[in-house]
Design a protein around this ligand. Structure first.
Ligand SMILES: Cc1cc2nc3c(=O)[nH]c(=O)nc-3n(C[C@H](O)[C@H](O)[C@H](O)COP(=O)(O)OP(=O)(O)OC[C@H]3O[C@@H](n4cnc5c(N)ncnc54)[C@H](O)[C@@H]3O)c2cc1C
Length: 418
């Protein structure tokens, strides 16, 4: 067992709760701090597609990505939205984001993502087994649904890269696909069914249940707003609702809001909110048996306890702008184009903020500027999947155990030099 320390984890989304629980299991005295309850709808961890997307190693920015952007922005049913007034603020993030779409960089990024995603389904089980969170974990296949085989061929680069890292999939032609799911209409004529994935039937419930397990095991949850963080010569401290408290170690796991805290320590963190949406259809007449990625529409359909969740799309407009109406129209029209006979009773609408860096890699490790303060944020589209592994890496680093892997791609100071 590591030497017991007093540790604060700021942020009780999937990354913070996972970090807190692994640290607690190491015997530390852990305080998990958030201004809202774990699993609250204001968390990004609440409203995602619920996928344990262990083969999602291909970043959004890939060779040729920029060619598709104008069409995506102009098409009212496209997957990308931009608040144009936000563009000047977005540019310092957007330019390196596009540069990172070079093939050599994408290959490096995919290798790093594979390290935090490859065993993610097992990592979730290792964390949730024996707790009330376990009931939300489901294992199974995850299907990319295409109009036809030609559309699938356009994704050849990404699938070839996944294959290099061990992904396996079964290809279904139109007849096989329609035998599997007779509710699909002719707009779906091909599927690549990725094997051995997982998903959550209730992501918010899962985070709340993990937090309960943490508390039942002796961890402490403190509801409050962290308004400042500062390194000290001996021990770093936090100001929580105006009151200063010292800890031996602090973990910043505050999703997209981590940027402000990291900047208070003198780091450059060009992180943006890649805003995404969901619409849950209540009491749908039917649900797919496994999650589907509607590959051309670029959103996921996941069967959940609360109904059928459509989740995805990307909007740039900053953290605080209110949700837009247009993405919900895209969900509905695209959904009807594959499932025309689907009916439902009502909907839940939600918008959340993916914490995204320009190189699509999270920041994981000890601050090079503030000893004892650790970063655990920035996992963009895959933070639910990678949360438990991230928590375990943080616990290893704090205990002085070597993760046996080069963590340089995730380093906390990699943007300081640019
Ligand atoms: C539409 C959509 C679909 C997605 N689908 C998937 C998917 O299928 N699979 C996947 O792996 N990922 C998915 N993601 C991404 C994933 O949801 C995120 O990467 C992940 O939830 C980030 O978790 P987090 O713990 O870092 O942040 P959050 O869940 O946002 O938690 C951060 C917490 O920090 C707290 N906080 C912030 N600042 C302070 C402060 N100053 N004081 C106190 N508390 C503070 C906040 O209140 C919040 O509770 C999706 C995202 C979206 C938007």
């Amino acid at each position: 067992m590591a030497t017991p320390l007093r540790i604060a984890v700021v942020g009780a989304g999937i990354v913070g709760v996972s970090s807190a629980e692994w640290l607690r299991r190491d015997g530390h005295e852990v305080t998990l701090i958030d201004r809202i309850d774990p699993g609250d709808p204001k968390q990004t961890s609440y409203g995602n597609a619920g996928l344990l997307a262990r083969t999602a190693i291909v970043p959004v920015s890939t060779p040729g990505f920029m060619r598709h952007v104008p069409k995506m922005l102009l098409d009212k049913d496209g997957p990308l939205f931009l608040r144009w007034s936000y563009l000047p603020k977005l540019l310092p993030w957007l330019v390196p984001f596009i540069r990172n779409g070079r093939e050599d960089r994408v290959r490096e990024i995919a290798g790093s993502l594979d390290y935090i995603l490859g065993d993610s389904v097992d990592q979730h089980f290792a964390l949730a087994r024996g707790t009330s969170a376990e009931k939300y974990l489901t294992t199974g296949d995850y299907a990319y649904i295409y109009k036809n085989r030609d559309s699938f061929a356009k994704d050849a680069f990404g699938f070839a890269l996944r294959k290099e890292y061990g992904a396996q999939w079964e290809e279904l032609d139109r007849k096989q696909l329609h035998d599997f799911d007779p509710n699909l209409n002719d707009n779906s004529g091909f599927a690549a069914v990725l094997k051995d994935h997982g998903w959550l039937s209730n992501p918010g419930g899962y985070v709340a249940a993990l937090a309960n397990a943490f508390k039942e095991g002796g961890g402490r949850f403190l509801k409050g707003e962290v308004d400042a963080i500062s390194p000290q010569e001996t021990r770093p401290n936090l100001s929580i609702n105006g009151e200063t408290r010292q800890f031996d170690r602090i973990v910043i796991a505050s999703g997209v809001w981590s940027r402000k805290m990291a900047e208070q320590l003198g780091h450059k963190v060009p992180m943006e909110a890649e805003r995404g949406y969901h619409m849950v259809l209540k009491n749908p007449a039917f649900k797919p048996a496994i999650p589907y990625m509607l590959a051309e529409a670029k959103f996921v359909l996941t069967p959940m306890d609360s109904g059928l969740r459509c989740a995805g799309l990307v909007e740039f407009g900053g953290i605080d702008a209110p949700a837009s109406a247009a993405p919900y129209g895209v969900f509905e029209r695209k959904l009807r184009s594959v499932y025309p006979s689907l009916t439902w009773d009502g909907v839940e609408k939600w918008m959340g903020r993916r914490p995204s860096t320009p190189d699509s890699l999270p920041m994981i490790g000890e601050s090079t500027r503030a000893k004892g303060i650790f970063f655990a944020f920035g996992a963009q589209h895959i933070g639910l999947t990678s949360g438990p592994k991230t928590g375990r890496i943080i616990a290893d680093l704090i205990a002085g155990r070597s993760p046996n892997h080069d963590l340089t791609p995730f380093s906390t100071d990699r943007f300081d030099r640019s």
